[in-house]
Structures are given as structure tokens and as C-alpha cells.
Design a protein around this ligand. Structure first.
Ligand code: HPA
Length: 292
């Protein structure tokens, strides 16, 4: 089967992706699948990759893809899974790198840009997040409908890959994909709301969380937005989902710890995985539908 692949050097200044693109496109062609949806699996949420691999998928270590950064944070495995059989059309990135690890925005978005070059039309981006909104409890999910980026804006502006367009606004988060995701039944509580990306790596102070409440933020994390912007700018439809692993700092007596975040993510991972793969199946059917 011939896979129709975009020439990454012709688009978006993504020449850095070309060597990885060549390797990955050969693997995809050999697998005989047509990638449609890419999924970035956040902290402790990698099980969908394991399940797709178990069902006959193909694992590609990030280290085999030149330029693809390998994650250093616990809970991020660093491999790409090509779905086959019942999961044909899905590519999963098990693990990501973060701003706070010292990576530039172009490095942070490498995997997303590679997925766009390969020709997927939809990006599903997941993360672990702290609940800011009252009623957002550990184990709940939030579909992202808007965002704040509370990073060093000057550095963002210096990165030409993300600079220059701010007109996507909340349209970045595709409302039809959210409706499709809401329609997939799950025992998990599903919310919709605004995500704030903080620079990390430390969790927020209680004072910062009070600021976020005033900004009407519903959930806070340290990732996702650069990938979502890079995808949307390349014409992909974007669905964002936050797994609320804790209530944000200062909103409970608990002292936040990465181990607790991982524990909550692990406790819902099986149910989350089932739901996520069904959402992917549902949104894969219509790649012709344009980004909003
Ligand atoms: N804040 C930032 N990032 C996070 C949190 C949080 O409370 N929980 C999981 N990732």
C-alpha cells in the first residue's frame, strides 16, 4: 500500500524532521497503514501505547528517529507506536519532553511536526494536570476548550516556529472533536475547560493557584500548548485532554508530589485507555473535515 506523505521540507520549515520522516515513512509503508490520528500520551498515561503494541502494533524507540528528543521524566517511555489491525491509522507517542527540561520549543514540538509531516489530520494531546476549578477531583478528565500559556513570552517570540500568529484563539481546540469525545461513554467524569501551561518544573505556589482561579483556569499543567499550536498551525484538528491527577497546590492540605500524580494516573489508566482508543476510532472516520 502506498501511503500519501507530505514532503516535510516543503512545508513549515520542518527540514529538521526529514531524516526521521524518511525512516518513519518506510516503517509505516511496510506496516501498510494510513496514519490519521496521532496521540501524545502524557505523564503516567502511556498504557494506550502498550495496548496497541499488544494488539500487534509496531514500536519505534525515539532514539531511532534522528532529532526526536527522548524524555527524561519518570512515566514517559520514549517510543512511538504504529497501530495496526483494529488500531490501524493511529500513531501514539509514548512520552514527551518538557520546557523545564531545558528544551527549545522547536525540540518540544519535534514529534508533533513529524506527525504533521507524516500526514495525520488530527492530534490528540493528553497530559496530567492539577484541578483548579472547584469540583475537579483526582481521576476526572477535562477536555480542553481554551488555554493560557504562562511561559517566558519573549523566548516564545524568539522561536520562529511558533511566532507570528495569535489568531487561532480558542478555535485551536476543535469543538467537533470535543463533542465526539463527550459522546464516547466512560465511567470517568468528563469536564470541559481552560488549561494553563506553567513553566514548571515545580508545582505552583498556592498564591499562583489563586491567580489561576482569578484567570478562570480550570486545570494547570506544564505541557501541551506548544504541541497543540504547532499542530493547529499545520492545519491539524486538535483535541486536548487533561487527566486531573490532584487538586492544585493550596486547595487541599496535601503536599504535591510526582509520585502521587503518577499513582492517580495509574489508577484510571485502564479506563482512560479504553475511552481514548474509542475516541480515536470515532474521530478517525472523517479526515476530510477541516480544522476549525
Ligand atoms: N500542576 C502542574 N502540573 C501538574 C500538576 C499540577 O498540579 N499535576 C500534574 N501535573
Amino acid at each position: 500500500m502506498t501511503v500519501s506523505l507530505m514532503d516535510p521540507s516543503a512545508e513549515c520549515g520542518d527540514a529538521d524532521c526529514v531524516p526521521a520522516f524518511r525512516i518513519l515513512s518506510r516503517l509505516i509503508e511496510a506496516a501498510g497503514v494510513q496514519p490519521q490520528v496521532a496521540v501524545i500520551l502524557g505523564s503516567g498515561l502511556g498504557q494506550a501505547g502498550d495496548r496497541v503494541l499488544f494488539d500487534g502494533g509496531i514500536a519505534v524507540p525515539y532514539s531511532d528517529l534522528p532529532g526526536m528528543p527522548s524524555p527524561a521524566v519518570a512515566g514517559h517511555s520514549g517510543r512511538l507506536i504504529i497501530g495496526t489491525g483494529a488500531h490501524a491509522g493511529i500513531l501514539l507517542l509514548q512520552g514527551r519532553v518538557h520546557w523545564y527540561e531545558g528544551h527549545s520549543l522547536s525540540v518540544m514540538t519535534f514529534g508533533t511536526r513529524l506527525m504533521a509531516a507524516i500526514g495525520v489530520c488530527t492530534l490528540v494531546v493528553s497530559n496530567a494536570a492539577g484541578g483548579v476549578s472547584p469540583g475537579f477531583q483526582p481521576g476526572h478528565l477535562m477536555l480542553i476548550s481554551g488555554h493560557w500559556t504562562l511561559l517566558n513570552i519573549q523566548e516564545c517570540a524568539l522561536d520562529q516556529r511558533l511566532a507570528g500568529r495569535s489568531d487561532l484563539g480558542d478555535r485551536l481546540w476543535n469543538s467537533r472533536l470535543r463533542s465526539a469525545a463527550f459522546a464516547v461513554p466512560t465511567r470517568l467524569t468528563l469536564h470541559e475547560g481552560c488549561y494553563a501551561m506553567m513553566s514548571g518544573p515545580n508545582y505552583e505556589t498556592p498564591a499562583e493557584v489563586r491567580m489561576l482561579q482569578r484567570l478562570q483556569v480550570d486545570a494547570v499543567g506544564m505541557s501541551t500548548i506548544p504541541e497543540a499550536i504547532a499542530a493547529a498551525r499545520r492545519g491539524l484538528r486538535v483535541l486536548g485532554v487533561s487527566c486531573i491527577t490532584n487538586v492544585a497546590s493550596g486547595l487541599s492540605d496535601a503536599v504535591l508530589d510526582h509520585a502521587d500524580v503518577s499513582e492517580t494516573a495509574a489508577s484510571i489508566e485502564a479506563e482512560f485507555t479504553t475511552w481514548l482508543l474509542r475516541v480515536c476510532g470515532r474521530i478517525m472516520t472523517d479526515c476530510a473535515e477541516p480544522a476549525e
